[in-house]
Design a protein around this ligand. Structure first.
Ligand code: HEM
Length: 415
């Protein structure tokens, strides 16, 4: 029993030697929702020690982030960021220096590839009988093959950019998933591996929750990238660097479009599995995704009604950012460009076209998400305390920008 290991660690608390494997194993055995009170009490003792711990800051931080995820339910602050253990992923943030924006994509590529490859490796290992993790409601092999196919399609471009695709020889999806798994594992550092291991704490023991968590984490990585790049596009417009503004807008559009297969991958989740583990995810909903709302509010200032709805009340710090005017939007920046006398109509038009392209991709994302939610959820309410899919139906056609006409929005809606 891992409580013995934690107790023994408490005699010589060193952040470098915390028995993560034993604790995580125990969480996996029963699901986070059912973690034994005795273990949770010990972990709370570990947390009390954090301020006095000596050792490299990175190790203390990893432990603090892990405990924040592990103890979210007993603390009654379980939510979307803690469910996904987002703190472990070290995503780029909108507050990073703008000069770092060009590097965000390679950081996100790396993380996306690792998250998806790990999800695929889990599927393959279960199929091969190599692990017994999350044994409830296993998918059949055909479904796993489909899952692998979509997952591989999602990361193929990033694998190419990372030069990890040259030795991939397998054709059959599960065999290729195994091969990708080992290539990516070899390229993964110890710290990255640790982050992957500590960022998967399902609430229950249903096989498909592994997929669900990894897909959500991958989308969060995408939204983080978009937030960073859109902020950089705003700054580029203010500095009259139109090449750079168009580059960041186009790169954001491509990234959003490229995530399509992630939805297909998630669509292979078994509906009954989803309905089983979501009994224990109440209170964690992507309506609490900061990066998604940052993206929305970097495009334009949300309407009063939306700011005052659960959409923004679920992300209080993003709402505050908007309310206190800390947020210059693409709409503001483009309006200023349009009003200025010193910008050629050709430059104005290529910026507008890049914005339109991004808006179309965003509307398509919302529609695909809506369709998946209808399929998985039916008439049930959302875990973010909305009425469920009617909330999504109402919000999916909200204009992305006000300054550029939403040409093609209607077409995107029906696709
Ligand atoms: C089984 C699949 C999914 C279902 C059933 C589902 C369902 C829902 C529902 C009902 C909401 C409304 C808020 C609530 O009450 O929870 C919502 C919001 C949201 N979901 Fe999902 N979702 C799914 C997958 C995803 C995925 C993979 C992502 C990617 C991160 C995602 C991102 C979002 C976002 C960003 C919102 C907030 C939208 C807004 O406030 O306008 N969802 N989802």
């Amino acid at each position: 029993m891992c409580t013995a290991e934690v107790r023994s660690w408490l005699h010589h608390p060193d952040p470098k030697t915390f028995p993560y494997d034993a604790v995580v194993w125990h969480f996996h055995r029963v699901g986070k929702h059912f973690a034994p009170p005795e273990l949770l009490k010990l972990l709370a003792e570990v947390r009390d020690l954090l301020p006095d711990l000596r050792g490299p800051w990175a190790h203390v931080r990893t432990l603090a982030d892990f405990l924040s995820t592990a103890l979210d339910k007993p603390d009654q602050r379980y939510d979307y960021p803690t469910y996904l253990a987002l703190a472990q992923l070290r995503l780029p943030t909108v507050d990073d220096p703008i000069a770092q924006a060009p590097f965000a994509r390679s950081r996100c590529d790396r993380l996306t590839v690792q998250l998806v490859a790990d999800a695929l490796a889990f599927e393959a290992a279960v199929l091969d009988g190599r692990i017994t993790l999350l044994p409830a409601m296993r998918p059949d092999p055909d479904l796993v093959t489909k899952r692998c196919k979509h997952g591989l399609r999602a990361i193929r471009p990033a694998l190419r950019r990372m030069s990890l695709d040259s030795g991939l020889t397998e054709i059959e999806p599960v065999a290729l998933a195994r091969q990708v798994g080992s290539v990516v594992r070899e390229d993964t550092s110890f710290d990255e591996r640790r982050a992957l291991e500590l960022s998967i704490l399902p609430v229950f023991t249903v096989h498909d929750e592994y997929l669900f968590l990894r897909v959500l984490q991958t989308f969060e990585t995408l939204f983080a990238l978009l937030a960073v790049q859109l902020r950089a596009a705003v700054a580029a417009l203010a500095g009259r660097d139109f090449d750079r503004a168009v580059h960041f807008l186009d790169s954001s559009r491509t990234a959003l479009q490229g995530a399509g297969p992630m939805f297909s991958m998630l669509a292979t989740m078994q509906i009954e599995s989803f309905r089983t583990f979501r009994q224990f995810t109440e209170g964690a909903s992507a309506i609490q995704s900061r990066n998604y709302k940052l993206v929305e509010s970097l495009c334009r200032t949300p309407d009063r009604e939306r700011l005052d709805s659960s959409a923004f009340h679920s992300v209080p710090d993003v709402r505050l950012r908007v309310e206190t005017g800390q947020n210059t939007t693409l709409d503001d920046a483009y309006r200023e460009v349009r009003a200025a006398g010193d910008v050629s109509s050709a430059d104005r038009e290529r910026v507008a076209e890049a914005m339109r392209g991004f808006a179309r991709a965003m509307l398509r994302w919302r529609n695909t998400h809506y369709r998946l939610a209808v399929r998985m959820l039916g008439d049930a309410t959302g875990t973010g305390y909305t009425e469920g899919t009617p909330y999504l139906a109402a919000s999916r056609s909200i204009p992305v920008f006000r300054t550029v006409e939403a040409l093609g929005d209607e077409a995107a809606k029906t696709r």
